[in-house]
Design a protein around this ligand. Structure first.
Ligand code: ADP
Ligand code: MG
Length: 222
């Protein structure tokens, strides 16, 4: 469904990605693991159209997306992809419900549809009754669940999560990621999780290890 071939990204002389091939199937859950500085975030950003690779091709359902301009990539990110970052990146002034509804409104949905979808997803993620709270009135784990609801409410093909447990304790972090995985299963959304948490990586169906910007074949899939 999402394929990257020969992906290269350079920063000056340094190769952040040194030729990566990767495939993500529809609805699958994939962890990308590797040491700090190995290129995980760069790979995620290149696949998601946040960054442009210097070389290589990326296709979504057979359609090249690496050649899209800024407007096309922005549209792609808004419609086909969802994002969960290390710590929520929620809008502090908006309620949980408004945070989840916002991308739907920006995508052209009317207010009733957007609000209904936001409430439904917040409920599914165990946040019923907390729809009117602002991010500062939620725990870290709850805020991450709001971020998950926001990432999935428009039913994207892929959710990209970069160290989504980084700001949480281990137990809350694992529960949060599994809430993401369970949600994604209901919409056949693929999930690509960047993590350096080996235990978490071992609990998802497939792991790709990366080292010095390249797939590390020495590390067996979990
Ligand atoms: P990871 O997410 O695995 O920690 P990154 O993908 O963030 O690794 O970084 C890979 C390499 O690219 C690192 O050596 C990092 O220093 C370098 N790098 C990442 N972003 C930039 C940037 N904007 N400018 C220069 N170098 C960068
Ligand atoms: Mg990173």
């Amino acid at each position: 469904m999402l394929t990257g071939r020969g992906l290269v990204k350079r920063y000056g002389q340094q190769h952040a990605l040194a030729g990566v091939d990767i495939d993500v199937s529809a609805g699958e859950v994939l962890a990308i693991v590797g040491p700090s500085g190995s290129g995980k975030t760069t790979l995620l950003h290149v696949l998601a159209g946040i960054l442009r690779a210097d070389e290589g091709r990326i296709a979504l359902d057979g359609r090249r997306i690496d050649q899209l301009g800024e407007a096309g990539r922005s549209e792609l990110r808004r419609t086909e992809f969802g994002f969960v970052f290390q710590s929520g990146m929620l809008v502090a002034e908006l309620t949980a419900e408004e945070n989840v509804a916002l991308p739907l409104l920006l995508g052209g949905r009317d207010r009733t549809t957007a609000t209904d979808a936001a409430r439904e997803w917040l409920g599914r993620l165990g946040l019923a009754g907390k729809e009117q709270r602002r991010p500062g009135e939620l725990s870290g784990g709850e805020a991450q669940r709001v971020a998950i609801a926001r990432a999935i409410a428009h039913r994207p093909k892929v959710i990209f999560a970069d160290e989504p447990t980084g700001a949480l304790d281990t137990r809350t972090g694992h529960a949060t990621v599994h809430a993401l995985i369970d949600s994604a299963r209901t919409t056949n959304t693929a999930v690509v999780i960047v993590t350096h948490d080996r235990e978490l990586a071992a609990s998802v169906p497939r792991t790709v290890a990366i080292r010095d910007g390249a797939i590390d074949q020495a590390v067996p899939a979990a």
